[in-house]
Each structure stands twice: as structure tokens, then as C-alpha cells.
Design a protein around this ligand. Structure first.
Ligand SMILES: [Zn+2]
Length: 427
């Protein structure tokens, strides 16, 4: 039980940030934000993530993410680690990510709740008597009780999923070699937040399956809508994240999971109101974190185009008009992670009359700004398919206005995300 799993050869640093780049044009601008962090004394490992769903909608390939990341790091002379993340993969979708990726987010959400065999549950309970009774985690005041009923029902709820994760992990390891990738397990796309007791039980089961997991993404309570702020009780989030970090620490000490195992926060981007809580928890526990942001970089492209005026602004408006017309189908795949108020969406003819400043100030996420429109932002966030369909027309304009776009991408990532989470700066 106390035996440490073999130390992973490839290790993720204490602080890392997952960035998305839907059209593969902003890796350099994103990397500049990490350079800026380094100048402030924080080494932040960039991880370029793109999911199967995102690739499918855009028509891109994981190889393209790798090429963009390699090119950006080479161009800027980045000699520190960086990774390409096969985001939210399963046995069914992992294949084309195997060669180009070195970070795999193994998604087990769909397997949670599928019953495990009686044999598996009984043997887990027998092996983990330490999980029965009062649990004291270091660094938190709250203690909790795991009764034998909770232990059995939790094992029954999660063992099948952990087994599934193990299957995917072995598949990747047999293809790439276990030394050549980072494994993350994600459970955030479920309908209920995991309790610290559940997290402990899941981690114990992962150690039993010998999965050298380096990051784990639980679900927290509250709404993590795409591209907009957190909706929920910030104080409760702070209690939850502290318990999760303490549970991870317990699991590392008791089950021999990798020493650098840390929390991965699948933020969906822009969770500004919980950033101070994340920062203070990292300080309090001297813990690391992987902050995964969603593809809001594409919104910075739109902001940059609109700011450029002329054809750029014209194209940004055209994308909105199309998005508005097809809003139902565009929103459908994201229904559980967006909250758009249809009445707050400006009419296409209104937007067509806007100048650069009106467009950018409605879209740019400055909390409290009266002109910021979170429904407008969410709709555009899920409408990247329209730009993808424009093909070279969109990409050529990105290239023509790269300077203004890059500036927006770097500033957004550094000022609004990296500075508050990793440097503790209050915005
Ligand atoms: Zn996620």
C-alpha cells in the first residue's frame, strides 16, 4: 500500500496552464504570456489542449496543434517544457492523438455510476480499511466520516470508471511507452460535484490500478459556463478546493501516487471571481495547479479583428449575424455549459451599426463594465464553426491583423488569468 508507484519520467511542473487555440494561429501570443510570467518569477508550463469535439467542429487534426506548439516554442526560443493535450479523450477517440500528444486527459465522466462487480467492490473495501471511519486531512479544520455504507456505495459508483481510465491509460502507454506522457483524469463533465471522500476513494482506486496520474480534474459546485465568470458561492468553492487539495495530499502520502499530483481546474475560462480563492489555496498548501482555460483565445481574435476596423470589423459583425441566425443549433452541443438570455442578444441590425469600440466593449470580458454583454460573448464563443466554414477568408484576415490580435491574446491571458491565479494580483 505504501509503495510508491514508479516515478513518472516525464513530469508536469508545479504550475501549468492549459490553453486552447482553435485556429492554430495564436500559440506564439499565448507563449508570450508564459514568458511574461517567467519575468515575474513564475515558471508556468504551457499545455496546448484541444478536444475531439473541437477538432471535429473545426476540421482540424491533433498534428496541427503539435506543429503550432513546436513552431511557437522554437520561434521564441522557449527552452522550458511544454505539452500538447489530448483533451477529454476516451478509448473511442484517443487514436489520432497518440502520436502528436504527450499529455492525455482521460475522461471517465460517462462511466461514473455504472456499477462495478461485487467482487471488485468487496476487494476494494477489504484493502482500504484506512478509508473507513473518521478521516483527518492535514491543513483543513473540517473532518468527515466515511461510513462502511458510504465506502461501499462510493466504490460501486466509481470503480468501473477508474477501471475504464486504466484501460485508456494502458492503451496510451502501450503505444507511446509509459515514460513519454502525462496522464490527467477528468470527471468534471458530470452533473454533481464530487465530495472529498469520493475524491479520496477515486485516488485510492487509481493507485490500485497503478495509474501514475499527475493531474485530476474533479467537478466543483457552481456553474462553470464557457467563457464567462463563475456563478455560485465563492466561499463554498474555497472550502471545496481546500478539501480537494488536502485529499490529494493524503492520497500522495498514503498510496504512493506521483509526488507532483495536483488539481486540474477545468475552468471553462474567465472564472475571475474564484481566481483569488485558487491563488490563496495554492499559497496555503504550497500546492500546484493546472488551470485549464477554454478556447476564449478565439474571442480575442474576434476582438482584434473588430479593433482593426475595416474588413476585420466587417467580418466580426458578419460572424455575429450568422451566429444569431443559427443560435439554436450552435448552442445545442453546449447546452449544459452556457446560459444565454435571448433577450440580451443584440439584434443583427443593431450590431451592423456598431463601430469597433461598441463591438469590442460588448465582447471583451471586463467584469462590471456596463457595455460588456455576457450573452453576446457566450453566443460568439460557441460560434467558432462559422469562422471555420469561412476557411481562408477568416485565416487571411487573422494573418493581416496579427499584430493587434496577438496583443489582445497575450494581454488577456496574462492580465486576466495568469496574474490573478499565479501571481495573486487583484484585478
Ligand atoms: Zn473539462
Amino acid at each position: 500500500m505504501e509503495k510508491r508507484l514508479e516515478k513518472p519520467a516525464l513530469q508536469l511542473g508545479k504550475y501549468s496552464i492549459g490553453v486552447g487555440d482553435r485556429f492554430g494561429h495564436q500559440a506564439r501570443a499565448q507563449l508570450r504570456a508564459c514568458e511574461q510570467a517567467l519575468r515575474h518569477g513564475v515558471e508556468l508550463t504551457p499545455v496546448w489542449n484541444k478536444s475531439h469535439r473541437e477538432h471535429s467542429i473545426i476540421g482540424s487534426e491533433p498534428l496541427g496543434v503539435r506543429a503550432a506548439a513546436d513552431a511557437a516554442t522554437k520561434a521564441l526560443g522557449w527552452d522550458k517544457p511544454y505539452f500538447c493535450d489530448a483533451d477529454h479523450i476516451t478509448t473511442e477517440t484517443v487514436e489520432r492523438f497518440l502520436a502528436p500528444c504527450d499529455f492525455f486527459t482521460i475522461d471517465v465522466a460517462d462511466s461514473i455510476g455504472k456499477p462495478a462487480t461485487d467482487h471488485a467492490v468487496q476487494s476494494f473495501v477489504r484493502q482500504h480499511s484506512e478509508l473507513s471511519g473518521r478521516i483527518r486531512l492535514e491543513g483543513v479544520a473540517q473532518q468527515f466520516e466515511i461510513t462502511s455504507e458510504i465506502l461501499v456505495s462510493t466504490a460501486n459508483k466509481f470503480l468501473f470508471a477508474v477501471n475504464k481510465a486504466s484501460e485508456v491509460y494502458r492503451k496510451i502507454a502501450s503505444n507511446k511507452g509509459s515514460d513519454n506522457f502525462i496522464a490527467e483524469i477528468s470527471m468534471d463533465e458530470t452533473d454533481r460535484a464530487q465530495t472529498p471522500a469520493e475524491l479520496l476513494i477515486i485516488l485510492a482506486a487509481m493507485a490500485d490500478e497503478k495509474i501514475p496520474v499527475q493531474t485530476i480534474a474533479p467537478k466543483f459546485s457552481g456553474r462553470f459556463n464557457k467563457g464567462v465568470d463563475y456563478v455560485g458561492d465563492v466561499a463554498q468553492f474555497e472550502r471545496e478546493i481546500a478539501l480537494d487539495v488536502a485529499a490529494i495530499d493524503f492520497a500522495v502520502r498514503h498510496y504512493g501516487l506521483p509526488q507532483n499530483l495536483k488539481l486540474s481546474v477545468h475552468s471553462g475560462s474567465d472564472k475571475f471571481s474564484i481566481y483569488p480563492a485558487i491563488h490563496s489555496t495554492l499559497k496555503r498548501f504550497d500546492a500546484g495547479v493546472h488551470l485549464k482555460t477554454a478556447g476564449t483565445t478565439w474571442l480575442e481574435e474576434l476582438i482584434g479583428l473588430a479593433e482593426a476596423g475595416g474588413e476585420g470589423l466587417q467580418l466580426a459583425k458578419e460572424i455575429y449575424v450568422e451566429a444569431y441566425a443559427h443560435r439554436n443549433e450552435l448552442c445545442a452541443p453546449y447546452a449544459t455549459v452556457i446560459d444565454i438570455h435571448p433577450d440580451n442578444l443584440p439584434a443583427p441590425q443593431t450590431v451592423n451599426g456598431w463601430g469597433s469600440t461598441q463591438f469590442t466593449s460588448a465582447l471583451r470580458h471586463i467584469p462590471g463594465a456596463v457595455t460588456y454583454n455576457n450573452s453576446f460573448r457566450q453566443l460568439l464563443h460557441v460560434s467558432f464553426k462559422i469562422a471555420a466554414q469561412m476557411g481562408t477568408r477568416y485565416l487571411d484576415l487573422l494573418e493581416a491583423h496579427q499584430d493587434v490580435i496577438s496583443k489582445n491574446v497575450t494581454e488577456n491571458l496574462f492580465d486576466r488569468h495568469i496574474a490573478p491565479v499565479f501571481l495573486g494580483r487583484r484585478n
